[in-house]
Design a protein around this ligand. Structure first.
Ligand code: UD1
Length: 337
């Protein structure tokens, strides 16, 4: 298939591009490079030996996006483009809603007009809000206890896609609810390159290990978890990327959601230890008060994706730390190095 990959220069998009190419698909990247780098696409081309056309446009800028896509042929879209910093979304709600919702609306209109009926959407376990139980399956309630515009925008996008499908029954859409993506391509050539101070745990730890930051702040150690620190389901980004390809290749008319997670929870201190082992560097840390909006434990039940997509994670937290370290140590300043 010829796949339009929005946000294809980003962390998840670039790894997904590579796996799509490895599976014999063609990829057209659409990105506005507001939080990503052309160098990522160049490295995907280098790793894959394939050419990857790039459309530079903000998908939320409807007129420009329609013009930029006018001559672009594609059979399916994977929609990863969007803003994703939780704290920033609280400070800039209208920007988050505008970008994250308008981009989806424009994409759906283009797809309908062209008769392109296959869509994979980057959603998030954040739609489950306050966990009613763990591990969470796809039947878990959604939209209860969401605490930030980023999370609401994922929830709203899921609803927008369901409504679009109700109005256009040929549309086949897969909502992929990511748990905590970590790791990098094992070559260390592509990886996560956050701008500014990383919000997320793994890139922060990686920057401590490489000496860009001094110490990790562990957000709380009195949660009801085995060591008191928050437990999450960390999924290797290559496993996540393979999940997109598995979903794409099985799309049928209708809307279906899948958890992409490993089913295994790891605490903040587990991640610290795993990273120390992988890097051979100490990760000094201080325990500080919990971060507002955080919960004790978020872990996927990935059984539905395992069965229906014939997909499962094959890489461990240790693999993710090793690959993150390969990326971070070879690219201490990310793509800007
Ligand atoms: C966060 C978002 C989630 C989003 C995801 C990916 C919140 C509440 N959730 O998930 O909506 O989809 O990122 O962008 O922000 N931690 C530390 N120190 C740090 C950073 C994190 O102790 O410097 C802890 C957190 O408290 C948590 C765990 O590490 O227990 C993972 O945090 P993080 O990587 O930010 O992911 P989530 O909070 O799970």
């Amino acid at each position: 298939m010829r796949v339009l990959l929005t946000g294809g220069a980003g962390y998840i998009g670039s790894h997904t591009a590579l796996v799509l190419l490895d599976h014999g698909h063609e990829v057209v990247v659409l990105d506005d490079f507001s939080n990503s780098s052309r160098e990522a696409v160049r490295r995907v081309e280098e790793l894959s030996g394939s050419r990857v056309p790039v459309i530079e446009v903000d998908l939320a800028d409807r007129e420009r996006a329609l013009a930029a896509l006018a001559d672009v042929e594609f059979d399916a879209a994977i929609h990863c483009a969007g803003l994703k910093a939780v704290g920033e979304s609280v400070a800039q709600p209208s920007r988050y809603y505008r970008v994250n919702l308008d981009s989806t609306l424009t994409l759906l209109d283009v797809m309908r007009e062209r008769g392109v009926s296959k869509l994979v959407f980057s959603s998030s376990a954040t739609v489950y809000g306050d966990p009613a139980y763990v591990p969470q399956d796809e039947q878990h309630q959604v939209g209860v206890g969401l605490t930030n515009p980023y999370g609401w925008s994922k929830f709203m996008n899921e609803q927008i896609i369901r409504d679009a499908q109700a109005a256009w029954p040929e549309l086949g859409a897969v909502l992929l609810r990511y748990f905590n993506p970590v790791g990098a391509h094992p070559s260390g050539r592509i990886g996560e390159d956050p701008s500014g101070i990383p919000n997320n745990l793994m890139p922060f730890i990686a920057q401590v290990a490489v000496g860009v930051r001094e110490r990790l702040s562990v957000f709380g150690d009195t949660y009801p978890t085995p060591d008191g620190t928050g437990v999450r389901d960390y999924i290797h980004v290559m496993d996540l990327a393979e999940g997109h390809v598995a979903a794409l290749e099985r799309i049928e008319a209708g809307v279906v959601s899948y958890n992409l997670g490993s089913g295994t929870g790891s605490s903040v201190l587990d991640v610290v230890s795993a990273f120390e082992a992988a890097s051979g560097r100490p990760i000094p840390y201080d325990v500080v008060p919990p971060r507002p909006g955080d919960v004790a434990e978020v872990v996927a039940n990935p059984a539905k994706a395992n069965t229906e997509l014939d997909w499962r994670t094959t890489r461990s937290l240790a693999d993710a730390c090793r690959d993150t370290w390969a990326w971070q140590s070879a690219n201490p300043s990310g793509y800007g190095a």
